[in-house]
Structure formats: structure tokens, C-alpha cells
Design a protein around this ligand. Structure first.
Ligand code: ATP
Ligand code: MG
Length: 335
């Protein structure tokens, strides 16, 4: 079977360290391992909770594309496309909505959490409520069997798998492919925000962005949540739930030194400023080459839009072919 990977991001802001660890890194690695690597900028999904701010989506679209190219997603190998330019996805969503119950959607734990986080109360936009179904369309339109995502996306993959099984069994055709999630190593599937919140998220204002300047990184790390009980340098501190150490665990190439810092911190005698300085150094070394490429592509936006247009054309061909198969299987190609 052909190996096809699909992932995407909502253009609701710039991409951050959580995106890199949770998904971008896996995508860059997958480029050379799969037959087809598709990457979608999910502007329709972003509109489900940002309908009143289309300008934000438009602006973020190009920022996300710049971030992709800066981290090494290569448009000669991967297809980068824009969700709203692929009409077949909407038709598939309508078809799949009939295979899913309202109570099943209500049980989706990620949607539940996000409804709380976004403070919708009783006013959840219907499009937002059904976004897992639209995500199933994105995945199945390309017959993707691999979906490299962060941990919060696991319920979405499960829901897509259920839809595939229903469709194939009801219409008695083995057309749709059950996707498999590819998750990051343990502890990296949901990296916390600089405020200690369980998830770094562009909508929560607690992120370090891949395009942040060295100065911004410094300011953010200095304000980072550590151990609230570690008041004096000589106090023993906790490394569990201490965001500085969480990031050092992930990004510091010198893990032996991280272990030494942890030992010292737990014993007492190591101040927050010292560990923060180390983290600033580590993050800036990691981000420097990404920033350099970002500047390069930003000076050539015509090229970036061309990449999106070419990718969208290619994606349309594939999605239209799947939709035809689906319509045939359902017997709704009447004429
Ligand atoms: P929004 O707040 O608009 O939902 P987001 O920051 O959650 O934005 P998404 O575009 O929803 O970003 O997520 C894109 C991908 O990045 C998904 O695969 C998701 O699992 C992954 N991801 C997002 N945040 C994190 C994080 N903090 N740690 C690990 N992976 C993450
Ligand atoms: Mg999200």
C-alpha cells in the first residue's frame, strides 16, 4: 500500500514550539519516508471559531506557510495546500455528517475541552462542533494512512477511523482508508505554555513562536512559570511541572548537563535565573537557522503564494477523484 501522510494547522496565528515538537518535526522526517506528504493550512477549520475575524485568518495563512518553509518542509517533495481551495472537502463533510450522531460528537474529549477554553458557553458555532467530521474529510479525501499530530488530536483520528468503517460497511466498497496517528515521543505530545498551562496554544497567548526574535525569546523565558515555592536560591526546588526544565528536557542537546542542573535545583542552591539563561541560549541556538530561512522566504512572498497555489491544484485533483469514487459508491451520480 502507498504511504500517504496528511496533517495541517489552523491559520489562527504563527506556529510555535509546540507545533514543532508535536508535529512539524515528524513531518519533516516523513518527507523522505512516505510516497506522498500532504500538508494543509486549515483555514476553513480556523473560521469555525473565528468567523468574525477573517483578516486574522488571511494574515496567519501566509505566516503558517512561511513557518513551514522555514523549518524545512520542502515544496518539491511535500504538497502544501489551502483547505478552502478544495471544494470536494465540503461535500465529503456533508456526506459524513449523516454517519455521525450528535451524542458521539458531544463525547469528543478534545472538542469538550476546547469549548470550555474558548468560553463559548451555550453559543458553540455549529461548524466548530462538527469540525472533527470535517477533519475526517481532510484525511480521507487524500486516503492518508499516516497523520503525524500532537496528543490532543488522538480523538479526531479515532473519529475519522469510525467514519471510514461506517462508510465502507454501509456502501460496501473498500474505498476509504483508516488513518493511523503518528504521535511524538512521550512527554512531547502536548508541551505546556510559558504560563504553566497544560498546552502551549496560539489562542491562549502563552506561546514561544518559531519566528520570535532573540529578544522576545529572552523576555518570554524570563517570565516563565517555574516552581512557585522556590522563593530563595537556597530553597530546594521542584523540576516536576517546572516549565523551564520541561523545555530543557526537549531542546537541550546536552542532556547530561540538564541532569546536573536538575540535581542541583532539587537540592537547593540553584536560582531560576541561571536555568532560564541556559534555556534562552538553547532556544536561540535552535531558532537561529529557522529565523534566517524565515527572513529569506519573507522577502519572496510571491514564491510562497505560488507554492500554495500549485499545491492546491494538485490537492484538488486527488480530492476530486476520491469524491467521485464516494459518489459512485453511494449511487448518487445520476446523470
Ligand atoms: P488553536 O489554539 O488555534 O487551536 P493550536 O496552537 O492548538 O491553535 P493547531 O493548529 O490546533 O494549533 O494544531 C496544529 C498541530 O500542532 C496539531 O497536530 C496539534 O496536535 C499540534 N500541537 C499544537 N499545540 C501543541 C503543543 N502545545 N504541544 C504539542 N503539539 C501541539
Ligand atoms: Mg488546536
Amino acid at each position: 500500500m502507498k504511504k500517504i501522510a496528511l496533517t495541517g494547522d489552523r491559520p489562527t496565528g504563527k506556529l510555535h514550539l509546540g507545533h514543532y515538537v508535536g508535529s512539524l518535526k515528524q513531518r519533516v522526517e516523513l518527507q523522505d519516508q512516505v510516497d506522498q506528504n500532504l500538508i494543509m493550512i486549515a483555514d476553513m477549520q480556523a473560521l469555525t471559531d473565528n468567523a468574525r475575524d477573517p483578516e486574522k485568518i488571511r494574515r496567519s495563512l501566509i505566516n503558517v506557510a512561511l513557518d513551514y518553509l522555514s523549518v524545512g518542509i520542502n515544496p518539491d517533495v511535500s504538497t502544501i495546500f489551502v483547505q478552502s481551495q478544495i471544494p470536494a472537502l465540503n461535500e465529503l463533510t456533508m456526506i459524513y455528517l449523516n454517519l455521525v450522531t450528535v451524542s458521539r460528537l458531544e463525547r469528543n474529549p478534545t472538542v469538550k475541552t476546547e469549548i470550555k477554553q474558548k468560553k463559548f458557553g451555550q453559543s458553540v458555532p455549529a461548524g466548530f462542533f462538527i469540525y472533527p467530521v470535517s477533519q475526517a474529510s481532510d484525511i480521507t479525501a487524500f486516503k492518508a494512512n499516516y497523520v503525524p499530530v500532537g496528543d490532543d488530536q488522538e480523538p479526531m483520528i479515532e473519529q475519522a477511523r469510525e467514519i471510514v468503517r461506517s462508510f465502507n460497511s454501509i456502501y460496501q466498497k473498500d474505498i476509504l482508508v483508516e488513518p493511523k496517528g503518528i504521535f511524538p515521543p512521550k512527554g512531547q505530545g502536548r508541551i505546556p505554555g510559558i504560563d504553566g498551562n497544560a498546552k502551549m496554544s496560539k489562542s491562549l497567548g502563552n506561546a514561544i513562536y518559531l519566528s520570535d526574535s532573540a529578544d522576545e525569546v529572552k523576555k518570554k523565558v524570563m517570565s516563565m512559570y517555574t516552581d512557585p515555592n522556590h522563593i530563595h536560591v537556597e530553597d530546594p526546588g521542584s523540576v516536576e511541572g517546572n516549565v523551564v526544565f520541561t523545555y530543557l528536557d526537549i531542546f537541550d542537546p546536552d542532556q547530561a548537563q540538564v541532569q546536573e542542573l536538575k540535581d542541583q535545583y532539587q537540592k537547593g542552591g540553584l536560582g531560576d535565573v541561571k536555568i532560564k539563561r541556559r534555556l534562552i541560549e538553547v532556544l536561540n541556538a535552535f531558532l537561529d537557522p529557522i529565523r534566517a530561512k524565515h527572513d529569506e522566504f519573507e522577502a519572496n512572498l510571491d514564491y510562497v503564494y505560488q507554492v500554495l497555489q500549485d499545491g492546491s491544484e494538485k490537492a484538488n485533483e486527488i480530492a476530486n477523484a476520491t469524491l467521485e469514487e464516494v459518489r459512485d459508491a453511494m449511487g448518487i451520480n445520476y446523470f
